[in-house]
Design a protein around this ligand. Structure first.
Ligand code: BTN
Length: 250
């Protein structure tokens, strides 16, 4: 383990060769009083990398960026969590664009390059009453891996046709994460929302959706202040939390 620097997000990095999951290590190091705001846990390989909905997260040793940031967004109310989500997604998108990789954000927090998923984000919050006490932000960014067991996954190298320096991608990500964090801290909600909407996969287009057994078409209008997806279905505005509605067609 190497410890470096202080202050900004990513200035103190705890580097490991192998961990079960950076999210789990970050949370337990925080509870042990070792981690503080801005600290990052990084590793080369995860034996039990976790994705959303208990899925595992696949990543070959040393090929990708696997990290968890410990953040303390004390200024955010629990119902403003969507802005943390937006800031994280946008920082990944900013990083990719800085590296000439076009990308979109698939609501709520998948980053797509081409039609493939290039980055997954797993945010796990510790709440005290209506405040976020701490947030473990896990980011798995596929950089140099060339093939995946999971269908639909891609990487910077598969899109960009060259290899990338994972250390440089990490530095770029930390830079953008700090910029977006500062926007959030300054309460620049409309900037975050406008930028998020502008990056949203399918924004402004009509898609087929499924809610339970009901199929309907709706225009994607964006995301509201509660993080709900807003659809316009024949002039009726519908709002959905994550998992309440599914895409049928891409
Ligand atoms: C998803 O399913 O889209 C979220 C994937 C999140 C993967 C990252 S890799 C680093 C961190 N540690 C984990 O165990 N998961 C996240």
């Amino acid at each position: 383990m190497t410890l470096t620097g202080e202050e900004k997000i990513g200035m103190r990095c705890f580097r490991f060769q192998e961990l079960p999951s950076t999210n789990d290590t970050a949370r337990s190091l925080f509870h042990d009083g070792v981690l503080r705001h801005g600290d990052v846990v990084l590793c080369q390989y995860q034996t039990k990398g976790r994705g959303q909905e208990q899925a595992n997260w696949e990543s070959e040793p040393g090929q990708n960026v696997l990290l968890s940031c410990l953040l303390e967004p004390a200024f955010l109310e629990a119902e403003q969590q969507i802005y943390l989500n937006m800031a994280i997604c946008l920082s990944v998108a900013d990083t990719l664009r800085e590296n000439a990789i076009a990308c979109t954000i698939k609501w709520p927090n998948d980053i797509l390059a081409g039609q493939g998923k290039v980055c997954g984000i797993l945010i796990e919050n510790g709440l005290i009453q209506d405040r976020i006490r701490y947030s473990v932000v896990g980011i798995g960014l596929n950089v140099n891996q060339k093939s995946f067991a999971a269908s639909g996954a891609t990487s910077l190298t598969m899109i960009g046709g060259r290899s990338f320096e994972t250390g440089m991608i990490f530095d770029s990500l930390m830079n953008h994460l700090n910029l977006r964090w500062n926007q959030m801290k300054a309460g620049e909600w409309s900037t975050l929302r406008t930028d998020y909407d502008a990056s949203l996969y399918g924004f402004g287009t009509t898609r087929q959706w499924k809610q339970g057994r009901r199929h309907f078409s709706g225009i994607m209008k964006g995301v509201d202040d509660s993080g709900r997806l807003v659809l316009d279905s024949d002039g009726q505005i519908l709002r959905f939390h994550n998992k309440e509605v599914q895409w049928i067609t891409d």
